[in-house]
Design a protein around this ligand. Structure first.
Ligand code: CA
Ligand code: CA
Length: 265
């Protein structure tokens, strides 16, 4: 009987691992130590791995640099998509895409760290809705949710979000940031902002996405100037490298300059 029980537990583990590995939706993956190397300056800093962002934006994978919204049956905020959600790097379940002990926050969520997902910018007419328990809606900058509390409650960091907008053609965006709110004297430093856009691609050079190319974008661009080691997981780099050739150079600057002070219609 004991062996049957152990077998059932083992099978359940396999099913859970498969379920996690096979989620068809995209997620931001929360972690620390972005470079994965111990002893560097980012060891105690939060980050969101964006490797899955725009993966399911069409066919083939990564075909768009935005998520197209689809018309729903709801009359309010009719245009919707059910991703990207949030997940976290983890110590367990080797083999799934989020297994990475080098990037996993240490300890028990909401006890040893408390990762708050904070909205720092959202375009008018867009809202992010968590339909599962605990339900919440985010449609204003400054609103947030406690990812670690949900993680602890479910023993699972994997969560889905519904992004809902008032039309299916305008550019919509939301920018998040991760903050460790547990003041135990050993806080993780906040993450850089990361953005997800809907319906349309922002203008080339609109790194700090808000529908206009201005000095804020130039400052972000200079941060990446002449960097060649960009990756799809790096949110800001994806827009700095405007012509998507893997380098941030004069070609990309020319594309930014061509849109200087242009407002996206
Ligand atoms: Ca901008
Ligand atoms: Ca480039």
């Amino acid at each position: 009987m004991k062996s049957l029980h152990m077998c059932a537990v083992a099978l359940l583990g396999v099913f859970v691992a498969q379920a996690r590995a096979e989620c068809s939706l995209d997620h931001f993956i929360i972690g620390i130590n972005e470079d994965g190397i111990a002893g560097t300056e980012d060891d105690q800093r939060l980050f969101a791995d964006c490797r899955q962002k725009y993966r399911r934006s069409g066919s083939p994978a990564y075909v768009n640099w935005y998520y197209p919204l689809s018309s729903s049956i709801f009359s309010d905020y009719k245009w919707r998509i059910g991703e990207p959600g949030f997940d976290a790097f983890q110590q367990t379940y080797p083999g799934v895409s989020t297994y990475d002990p080098n990037r996993c926050p240490e300890g028990v969520p909401d006890e040893n760290y408390r990762i708050i997902v904070e909205c720092i910018a959202v375009s008018p007419g867009l809202r992010a809705v968590h339909k599962d328990y605990p339900q919440f809606t985010i449609d204003q900058a400054g609103q947030s949710f406690n990812h670690s509390a949900i993680h602890k409650m479910r023993s699972n960091a994997h969560m889905h979000m519904s992004y809902q907008a008032v039309d299916g053609t305008s550019l919509f965006w939301i920018t998040w940031r991760l903050v460790d709110a547990l003041d135990d004297g050993d806080k993780y430093a906040p993450s850089k902002p990361f953005t997800v856009v809907f319906n349309r691609q922002p203008l080339s050079g609109d790194l700090v996405v808000d529908g206009i190319v201005d000095c804020h974008d130039l400052a972000a661009f200079l941060h990446h100037w002449l960097h060649a080691a960009g990756a799809i997981s790096n949110d800001n780099y994806e827009r700095a490298d405007a012509n998507r050739d893997g380098h941030v150079d004069f070609m990309d600057f020319a594309m930014l300059a061509a849109n200087w002070l242009t407002v996206q219609d």
